[in-house]
Structures are given as C-alpha cells and as structure tokens.
Design a binder for this molecule. Sequence first.
Ligand code: NDP
Ligand code: MG
Length: 372
Amino acid sequence: MYKNIAVLGASGSIGRQTLDVIRRLNLNLVAISVHNNSKALKEIVDEFKPVKAVITGNAEPPSGIDVSYGKEGLIEIANMPEVEIIVVATNGIVGVYPTMEGLKNGKRVALANKETLVSFGPFIKPLMSKGELIPVDSEHSSAFQILKDLKKDEVKKLILTASGGPFRNWNIEDIRRAKPEDALKHPTWRMGRKITVDSATLMNKGLEVIEAHFLFDIPPDNIEVRIHPQSVIHAIVVLKDNSFKMHASIPDMRIPIQYAITYPERYETPIKEYDFGVLELLPVDTRKFPALDLAYKSLKLGGTYPAVMNASNEVAVYSFLEGKINFYGITEVVERVIEENPFGKAEKFEEYLEADKWARNRAKEIIEEWGR
Ligand code: NDP
Ligand code: MG
C-alpha cells in the first residue's frame, strides 16, 4: 500500500474524511492545501506535521512549515518525489492542474473534485494511461469496483443512482419557491454546500454522468440514472446477457476514499455493515429536475459545453444561496448560457479556461438583468 499522501482541500468535507482514513491506517500526510480556513490549516499542520502547505485563497500561513501559494503550489505538490498519492478534494476548476501534473508523473490521483473531469475530460483522458486515476465519488468508486473485473464487451450499460435530494416528493410549484435552507437539507449525505444544492437540482448526477463517460469510456446513451432514496446501491452495471452487478454500502464517503487510497487492497473500516431493508430504484422525473437533461445535452454537444455548463451552474448555485434567484432559476441560467456558448468544440486547453471564465461572467450578467 502507498503510504505517502497529499490531500488538496484538506479542510473540506472530503478532505477531513480523508484525514480520518490517514489517521486510522497510519499513513504519512506529506502535503496539504486549504483555501481560506486558517484554523483548520494550523490544526492539521500541528497534528500531522506535513512538510508542505499550499494556500489557494486567503488563509494565514502557519509557522514552521514550507508554504506555497495558488495553483503553482498545487502543481509543486504534484511534483514532490515523496508524494505517492494525491487526493484532489478542492472545490473549483483548479483541481485540474495537480490532477494533470500528478498523472503525467505516473502518480496515483484519487479524484473527488468534479470540475476536473467535467470541464477538462478530453485533456485528462490521454493522461489516464500514464498514472492511475482512481475515483473517490461513491458512484464512480462503485462503478470502478465493478468494471475492473469485467471485459469491455461484457458491459451493456452503467446505471448511477441518485438519492433524489430533499425535493424528491415536492411538487414543482413548491420546488420553485424552495429556500436555500430547504435545498441544503440532504436526506442521506453530509457534504459541502455547493454539492448539496447540486444534489437537490440533480445537477450533481448530471456532472457524475459526464465524469463517468470520461472515466470509463462509456457512451452517454449507455449511462442511466435511477432514483434510489436509500443511497445504499451506488452503481449498477448491466451486462450483455442482461444480468447485472451492483455495488453497495451504507452512505459514508470514508469507504470510497479509503478504497481509492488502498486499491487494489481492501481494509476494514469503522462503518457499520448494512442491515438489509427495502431498496427502491425509481425513474427520474426530468420535468421536475431539468438539470439532468441539460447535462446529457452538454455531454453530447461535447467540446467546451460541459465546462460552460459547470461554470454557469456554479455561479447560479451561489446566487440561489444568496437569495438572488429562485430554485429553477439555477437551471434556467445554465440553459441560456449553454445556448449562447461561443466556444463550441474548441480544442485548446486555454480555450476551455476562457470558456469557463466567459460562462461565469455571462451567468452573472443574466442574473443581474433578472434582478433589475
Ligand atoms: P467543501 O466545500 O467541504 O471543501 C472544499 C475544500 O477545498 C476545502 O478544503 C476548501 O478550503 C478548498 N477550496 C474551496 N474553494 C477552493 C478554491 N477555489 N480553490 C482551491 N481550494 C478550494 O467541499 P467538499 O469536500 O464537499 O467537495 C470537494 C470536491 O469534491 C468538490 O469538487 C465536490 O464536488 C467533490 N465531491 C464531494 C463529495 C462529498 O461527499 N462532499 C462527494 C463527491 C465529490 P477552505 O476550507 O480553506 O475554504
Ligand atoms: Mg456522488
């Protein structure tokens, strides 16, 4: 098992659960990054004594440790010879830099950050044979664990499950009037705010469909989504003889985080064994949750469309949290920005970055126009 780990976004929801795994398996935390959280930074440095800390935002640098800044700092971590695994659990598109650099260096990247594959999938794919890209997200971890034992031609389709979020049983009019605190009440998972709202719109599942396409090389039409309110089954692979394999556990991210670190080995966890109960798998009401169709549309359009969708969605989600737009305003903004995307199928990495920036600005403009 690899022992020397870097955790980017160490103060976040995934980051802290990764630290939990590191503590339990007695691994060596070599480097970390945080954005603004000075207190967490100091606590982590005091407890784990990493040799490098990177600050991507405004956190105060602690004493007694080598500190670097920004995306260059994240790239530095990916280049540290002693780092064997990079857990990329930051928010935002900045995750793409250490992911690409780590893979180029032949390292293992345990990837939680969604933006990396959603926005830059075409640039990550060719690097996947250089290093090891192991997914952390529960659905992709489960899909990975099923698919690793199968031949490509045995696989008919992949089904990702979604809890359905807090609005699964609400009607459209009530959802339209939902408040940020309603959207932040996730029924089964405890996560950061942005991803929790994405789970309420089902955009999170849309992002995951796009990630799955790039990770496992499965065409969009062979990836499906089912609502599974219990969040116990995370992925199902239907085989060509119409039998299927599922992978399941109590919803606790420490299981897939740990597996991404210990793969191909498996170790015990403190998470309870599932005590079998009713497990439902239901169709998605796409009228109620239009974000999923938008994600399929962007994926099929290809090029910069997923990046543009992701960027405008991020702006729209924060505007919703600030009370500037209503819940369906999120997908309405995203839809408009996708329609106007002037970058189309651009090929250069820099154009993808520009498309991301353009989409953020355009989403803000649209929201401001609406506010007037
Ligand atoms: P959190 O908001 O809890 O944590 C984000 C982490 O990234 C924090 O360490 C934060 O630092 C840092 N950060 C915030 N903004 C930036 C930025 N602009 N640049 C670099 N670092 C930043 O998020 P989560 O842990 O929930 O999610 C992290 C990523 O993992 C996301 O991409 C999410 O979609 C994905 N993910 C999360 C899952 C979950 O269960 N939470 C499941 C699957 C995927 P600071 O604390 O200093 O602000
Ligand atoms: Mg998930």
